[in-house]
Design a protein around this ligand. Structure first.
Ligand code: NAD
Length: 272
C-alpha cells in the first residue's frame, strides 16, 4: 500500500484554534493525495489535548487492531500527543515516510456485572474509577480469587500504565513505564482506623491477574471510564483485566520518550 493510499481519519475538539488546525490539516492532506476517511481509517489524528485522544480512542475502540493514533496538541505537549499545532508539515512528511511502525500500549478491560445478571464490557485507556453515589463505598477487593481486603472509602481506581500519570498519580499511585504490562489499583480516600483497614498503598498487578471489586451495597454507583461517566443502580461486581487488544500509536521520529514527557509535565526545568 502506498503511504498516500492510507485512509486518515481526523477528530478535533470544538475550540476555535483546534477547528482552524482541523481545516488546515484536511486541506494539506488532500493536497498531498491522502485519502480522508473517518469511518474506516488506518490512521487517526486527534486535534486537541489528551482528552481528545481519549475521545478518539473511544470512537475507534472497536477497530483497535487496525488503527494507529497520532495526537496533535493545540496547547502544550500532552501525554498522548506527539505534535504541536505548528508542526503540520512535519506530521505530513512523517506520514509520507511512514513504514507502518507502531508503538503499542496496554488497555484496561472492564466487565460490569449488573444485579439482574446482565454483563456489559467497556475499555479504558487511562483508568476506570468506581465510587458510590453520595455515600461511603464498601466493597470487597478480590485478586485472583483471593479475598484481599474489605474497602471502605470514596472509591477505587484501576489504571493502565499510560493512565498511571493521570488520576492515579493524583491518588498517590506510582508512575509506570507504559511498556510494563500491568494494572494499578489505587484507593480513593480509604477509611483507615481501628475498625476499618485497607492496605493503604496502591498495588501493581501483572498481566494475567484479575481484580474484582464487589460492592456490598448494589445501590447507586458511578463508574468513570477515562472521560466518560456512567451511573448504575444495581451493580453486583466489576472485573478488571488487561484487554486482549492494545492501542497502537504511529511511531514517528517525533514520538517523545516517556520519561521526557513525565519530566516535562511534572518537574520542568529546575534551577540548580
Ligand atoms: P481534562 O481534559 O480536564 O483532563 C484532565 C487533565 O488530565 C489534563 O491536564 C490532561 O492533559 C491530563 N491527562 C489526561 N490523560 C493523562 C495521562 N494519561 N497522563 C497524564 N495526564 C493526563 O479532562 P478529561 O478530558 O475529562 O480527561 C479525563 C481524565 O482526567 C481521566 O482519565 C483522569 O485520569 C483525569 N482526571 C484527573 C483527576 C485528578 O488528577 N484529580 C480527576 C479527574 C479526572
Amino acid at each position: 500500500m502506498k503511504n498516500t493510499d492510507k485512509r486518515i481519519g481526523i477528530i478535533s475538539n470544538r475550540k476555535r484554534q483546534s477547528q482552524e488546525v482541523y481545516y488546515l490539516l484536511k486541506d494539506k492532506l488532500r493536497k498531498n493525495n491522502f485519502i480522508l476517511n473517518d469511518k474506516n481509517p488506518d490512521i487517526v489524528i486527534s486535534i486537541g489535548g489528551d482528552g481528545m485522544l481519549l475521545s478518539a480512542f473511544h470512537k475507534y475502540e472497536n477497530q483497535l487492531d487496525r488503527v494507529r493514533f497520532v495526537g496533535l496538541h493545540t496547547g502544550h505537549l500532552g501525554f498522548y500527543t506527539d505534535y504541536r499545532d505548528f508542526e503540520l508539515d512535519k506530521l505530513i512528511e512523517n506520514l509520507k515516510l511512514d513504514t507502518g511502525a507502531k508503538v503499542s500500549y496496554p488497555v484496561l478491560n472492564v466487565k460490569i456485572h449488573h444485579g439482574d445478571g446482565e454483563v456489559s464490557v467497556k475499555r479504558a485507556l487511562n483508568e476506570a474509577t468506581i465510587k458510590r453515589s453520595g455515600r461511603t463505598m464498601v466493597a470487597d477487593v478480590v485478586i485472583n480469587q483471593v479475598h484481599f481486603e474489605r474497602f471502605r472509602g470514596d472509591g477505587i481506581s484501576v489504571s493502565t500504565p499510560t493512565g498511571s500519570t493521570a488520576y492515579n498519580k493524583s491518588l498517590g499511585g506510582a508512575v509506570l513505564h507504559p511498556t510494563i504490562e500491568a494494572l494499578q489499583v489505587a484507593e480513593v480516600a480509604s477509611l483507615n482506623n481501628r475498625v476499618f483497614r485497607t492496605l493503604g498503598s496502591s498495588i501493581i498487578v501483572p498481566k494475567k491477574d484479575k481484580i474484582e471489586v464487589i460492592p456490598t451495597w448494589s445501590d447507586r454507583h458511578s463508574l468513570s471510564i477515562d472521560n466518560q461517566h456512567f451511573l448504575y443502580n444495581n451493580l453486583s461486581k466489576i472485573e478488571y483485566q488487561i484487554d486482549h487488544h492494545k492501542i497502537h500509536f504511529l511511531a514517528t521520529p517525533s514520538h517523545t520518550s516517556f520519561w521526557n514527557r513525565v519530566k516535562d509535565a511534572f518537574i520542568g526545568e529546575v534551577e540548580e
